[in-house]
Structures are given as structure tokens and as C-alpha cells.
Design a protein around this ligand. Structure first.
Ligand code: DI6
Ligand code: FE
Length: 413
């Protein structure tokens, strides 16, 4: 993505190292510099190669004190609009109850649905804002948020409205995904197909009409929805021109990834129980694999996603927080990076690609987000670290110095 030298520069980072994450690697530039014009990256390279006239006519020069610049993190899978707490379920699980048992007994997702239905739009916005602030402060500059704790038209729209307000009120880019088929609501306990009819005939057309979500997701699982039900939702989504994503093969192999691939999904997410044939379908349709080590850790799962198969088939691996109250109440991308390495045997480079360019691919945003290349959005983080690997290795530390989103600085320490 080469462009001509910019004739105007608004900000120049100097005295930095850059991990651009271009070309599917860290792609390090030592002793680098980076120029921003308006909302985009206009020049990146070695500082010694900076064109002569750059330093003299630049309003803002940011000395990075030998820190590292990486693209802002892309958190491509969260469920962060919810009310209520599931800490008592956490305690139940520590006493031996399983996630599935709790879910079958009316707890789990449905307990969050009850609290979320009872919360006002303003309450939900305040609760979600705190979570978004936490992510923003840790260098997340692009965020996907799913609905799915409403399970009726009114509350699903309320959640999507909150997501829209988050996008409007925070500097980071927020994508909304409609996850109406997340769990069976109490009103349809004995009529799952009736609920799928509600999702496809009423909810999806309204979501589309309001332009309030860009993608559709389904929880395809034995405690979620069957393959034929998932297919119905995808057919409607496709007809409406919405992107497709899937919670697939998280707790068992339902062959959801193969189905989603046939619908040219942007991503399949979780994938612990993915089969080789499912992976091959994903590769054939260039579907990204979104790996969620927070849920694996929190549910004490033992079946790892087939990372070696993803490598061999060159399937892009994204990693994400899956921030939600039940299976991944994890508010930290650096912790997720460490988990991706320790639990899924990913390398630091793979984990970092997962939290940047491959996260962008999972959202269909790779043309503008996820790597440092001229012409892309100036979504950058300056880190006070010695090497990019420190972000995976120094578990729990988040040494952010500067967060820039679309050319504006939003956080400095
Ligand atoms: N899979 C998950 O891990 C989350 N949703 C899903 O479909 C869990 C959501 C929850 O337990 O509240
Ligand atoms: Fe999820």
C-alpha cells in the first residue's frame, strides 16, 4: 500500500520501534518513525530515512523514548452489553457444577437475559461504558460487540441501540453483531423452531431496517441451536445482505463451521472441537478462526482448538477477549495474549497477529484496520516495552503510553 509522500503531516512519532504486523508477521522497523495525516498513516519507515522537510512543518512531534508502536488492538468478539452478575455461578462451578448444568437449570445465559431485560437503555449504557473504557485504556481501538442477552425483539434492539451509543460516544470503532439466536428464551422453552421463526421473520428484518448491526451470529451447540436452525438464520441474514459469523464447535462438534463456511462467513469462533474437514471448508472459503482462550480458561476446558491445522491450512487466527459475564469475564487483551500462548501453544507473533490484523480480518476490516501501512487508519498504540513479545510475556501488565485513534490522541500516561 505505497502512496506518494504526503504534502501535509499532522503528527510525527519519532524515536520508536515499529511492529507493523504487515505481511503476516511482526515486520519490525527498528529506529523508526511514523507520520500521520488527518485520520490516516501517511509515512512509516526508518527515522534516518525521514524526508528532510518533515520535521520542520509538523504541528505535533511525539517522542516515543525508544518505545514500540503497534497497531491498536482489534477485539473482534465480545458480549459486553449486559446487566446483573454471575459471580454466584462462578462459586457454584468452583463447587463442582458444570456450565451446561447451570445453563440447563435456568442459570447461565438466561440469568443474564433476565437482568438485561429489566435494565433501562441508560443503565445498560453506563454498565457497558465502564467495560469499554477498560478496553480502550489497554490499547483496544476496534471492538465488536454482540447482542444476545435480550432474546426478544424489544431487548435485542435495546442492546443494539446501546452498542450504537457506545460507537457514537467513544473514540474507538465499534461493530455491532446481532446474536438473537444465543439461547432459547423462557417463552419458547418448548418451541425452539418458533423462536427461530421470530428471529428470522421479525427480528432480523427489523435489525436490517434500522441498520443497527452489520453481522449476524448464532450459538450453534447442543445447549444452543441445531445445524438446521442455524442454517435458517444464515439464509435470512444472507438475503438481507448481513455478514455472517458463528459460535462453532465450542463444547462439541456440531459441524457448524462447515455450514458457516458455505455461507462465506467472516469468521467461526471458539472451534475447540473443530474437525479436519470443518477446517478444510474454512480454508476453502477463507474464513477466519477466532480463538477465545479466556472462555477455555474460565470453563476449565481441556480440548484445545486445532492450532497446528490452522497453521498448515493458512487459516488466519484471531484472538479476542470474548468479554461476557458467563464464560469469559476477562477485561484484558494482554492477559488473553498470554493465555493464547500458554493454553493454545501459539507463538507471541501469532498471538499479536491475532489481536491485530487477523482480528480485523474476522470483522472484514483488514483494508483499514489491524496493521501499520500507509493509507490505513492511524489507530496506534505506543507501548513502554523492550520487545513486542513483552505484551504476551509480562502477563497482566499493560504498559500503554499513547493511544491514537484515527489520528486523535485519546490516552497518554
Ligand atoms: N458462548 C460463550 O462462550 C458465550 N456465549 C456463547 O455463545 C457465553 C455467554 C454466557 O455464558 O453468558
Ligand atoms: Fe462468545
Amino acid at each position: 500500500m505505497k502512496t506518494l509522500l504526503p504534502d501535509k503531516i499532522d503528527a510525527l512519532f519519532i524515536n520508536c520501534h515499529v511492529a507493523t504486523m504487515a505481511d503476516n508477521a511482526l515486520s519490525i522497523i527498528d529506529k523508526g518513525a511514523l507520520a500521520v495525516t488527518g485520520t490516516t498513516i501517511s509515512w512509516v519507515g526508518k527515522e534516518k530515512n525521514l524526508p528532510e522537510n518533515f520535521k520542520t512543518r509538523i504541528p505535533k512531534i511525539i517522542d516515543c523514548s525508544k518505545g514500540w508502536i503497534l497497531p491498536g488492538f482489534v477485539d473482534c468478539h465480545t458480549h459486553l452489553v449486559w446487566a446483573g452478575s454471575r459471580s454466584s455461578e462462578f462459586e457454584m462451578r468452583l463447587n463442582g457444577a458444570s456450565y451446561e448444568e447451570i445453563s440447563k437449570n435456568g442459570g447461565g445465559i438466561l440469568s443474564t437475559v433476565k437482568a438485561t431485560r429489566n435494565a433501562s437503555t441508560d443503565d445498560l449504557f453506563i454498565l457497558a461504558s465502564k467495560r469499554v473504557e477498560a478496553l480502550l485504556e489497554q490499547g483496544i481501538t476496534t471492538l465488536e460487540i454482540k447482542s444476545g442477552y435480550g432474546l426478544n425483539l424489544e431487548t435485542e434492539l435495546k442492546i443494539l441501540e446501546v452498542i450504537r451509543r457506545l460507537d457514537e460516544n467513544f473514540p474507538l470503532h465499534v461493530d455491532a453483531t446481532f446474536l438473537g439466536a444465543h439461547a432459547l428464551p423462557p417463552e419458547y422453552q418448548h418451541n425452539p423452531d418458533g423462536y427461530i421463526d421470530l428471529v428470522t421473520q421479525t427480528m432480523l428484518p427489523e435489525v436490517k431496517a434500522q441498520g443497527i448491526a452489520t453481522a449476524v451470529d448464532v450459538f450453534c451447540e447442543h445447549i444452543g441451536f441445531t445445524l438446521p436452525q442455524t442454517k435458517k438464520v444464515f439464509e435470512t441474514a444472507k438475503n438481507l445482505g448481513l455478514n455472517i459469523k458463528l459460535h462453532a464447535e465450542q463444547l462439541s462438534n456440531s459441524n457448524g463451521a462447515a455450514l458457516a463456511s458455505e455461507f462465506n462467513a467472516l469468521s467461526c469462533d471458539h472451534l475447540e472441537y473443530l474437525s479436519l474437514s470443518g477446517a478444510k471448508k474454512m480454508a476453502q472459503h477463507t474464513v477466519a478462526a477466532v480463538l477465545l482462550p479466556g472462555a477455555f480458561y474460565f470453563l476449565k476446558e481441556t480440548q484445545k482448538p486445532p492450532v497446528e491445522i490452522f497453521r498448515n491450512l493458512k487459516i488466519p487466527m484471531a484472538v479476542s477477549t470474548d468479554l461476557n459475564p458467563g464464560s469469559s469475564p476477562v477485561h484484558s487483551m494482554t492477559l488473553i495474549l498470554n493465555m493464547a500462548c500458554m493454553l493454545f501453544d501459539m507463538t507471541c507473533e501469532e498471538a499479536l497477529l491475532g489481536a491485530t490484523i487477523n482480528g480485523a480480518k474476522a470483522l472484514g476490516l483488514e483494508q483499514s484496520k489491524g496493521s501499520i501501512e500507509t493509507g490505513k487508519d492511524a489507530d496506534l498504540v505506543v507501548w513502554d516495552i523492550d520487545t513486542p513479545e513483552d505484551l504476551c510475556y509480562l502477563a497482566g501488565l499493560t504498559p500503554v503510553d499513547v493511544v491514537m485513534i484515527k489520528g486523535n490522541i485519546h490516552h497518554t500516561t
